[in-house]
Design a protein around this ligand. Structure first.
Ligand code: NAD
Length: 257
């Protein structure tokens, strides 16, 4: 049976990724700060083990991986936090907290897991969840955006260094997702509708949209893909020009004779 570790797998998008992998027959280790919810889910625990861990703490990660008990075939770095605030006034401690979990946490878990994969001669697979905010900045998101951009490039760096060991490393950049940390943003129906109108595919993304790509990247069907940061955003990141005012007249001009 193939095995996977999913960080932050107890809630939100991570929980859906865990369900997807478990439904495909993976044995999954859920590494999360708060595993109380998962420990009550008897059905899920048939294929999964819940392990309490803090990805920003190197000793906690080491202990958790030991507790998992074997070298996983797949690591999904999904644990993440956001702290909104303008860069001029955001507390230094908040900025550093986001860096510690999102960027340093991804590095810490990836390096420990990759070292085991290399030692075992295992062709492994690492997938990190970044964000469209690692591609474009967002309002009051400076701490978050810089860490997600950092993880996107860390992904390429790891892919470059660990590819010769047979380890593929990719990341998934979700857009506006109707789950997890964005629940508060989408709770207001007016804001939700206004957002949906601006998305080329006219809907918010779901956690399942992200889990589906995890499933593909974890499979042999993607065996020649590495170092990519793949947007799953319904086209919203590329749609800036279509939201700007534009005179109708210019769109009816044909090619010059
Ligand atoms: N929801 C969205 O709209 C959205 C959009 C883009 C990217 N993302 C990314 O997707 C990932 C999952 O986000 P979500 O929306 O499901 O958030 P969430 O807050 O619902 O879940 C995050 C999970 O990570 C865990 N976690 C937090 N800090 C941790 C730590 N130090 N160690 C271990 N576990 C920790 C939490 O306990 C929780 O289970 C994050 O990396 C996030 O940045 C989310």
């Amino acid at each position: 049976m193939k095995s996977a570790i999913v960080t932050g797998g107890a809630h939100g998008i991570g929980r859906v990724i865990v369900n997807q992998l478990a439904s495909e027959g993976w044995h999954v280790g859920i590494l999360d700060l708060n595993v109380a919810d998962v420990e009550r889910d008897e059905k899920l625990l048939k294929n999964c083990v819940a392990i309490s861990a803090d990805v920003s703490d190197v000793n906690s990660v080491e202990k958790a991986i030991k507790q998992f008990g074997s070298t996983p075939d797949l690591l999904v770095n999904n644990a993440g936090i956001v702290r909104f605030g303008p860069l001029l006034t955001l507390a230094q401690s908040e900025f550093e907290a986001v860096v510690r979990v999102n960027l340093i946490g991804t590095f810490t878990v990836s390096r420990q897991v990759a070292a085991l994969m290399v030692a075992d001669g295992k062709a492994g697979n690492i997938i990190s969840i970044t964000s469209m905010n690692g591609v474009v900045p967002g309002p009051n998101s400076g701490a978050y955006t810089s860490t997600k951009a950092g993880v996107a490039l860390l992904t390429k760096q790891m892919a470059l260094e660990w590819g010769p060991h047979g380890i593929r490393v990719n990341s998934i950049a979700p857009g506006l997702i109707d789950a997890g940390m964005s629940n508060a943003v989408h709770a207001d129906p007016e804001i939700r509708q206004a957002r949906e109108k601006r998305i080329p595919l006219r809907r918010l993304g779901t956690a399942q949209d992200i889990a589906n790509l995890v499933s593909f990247l974890a499979s042999e069907q993607s065996s020649y893909i590495t170092g990519e940061n793949i947007l799953v955003d319904g086209g919203v990141t590329m749609s800036i020009l279509s939201t700007l005012p534009r005179p109708k007249s210019v769109d009816s001009v044909g090619p010059s004779e």
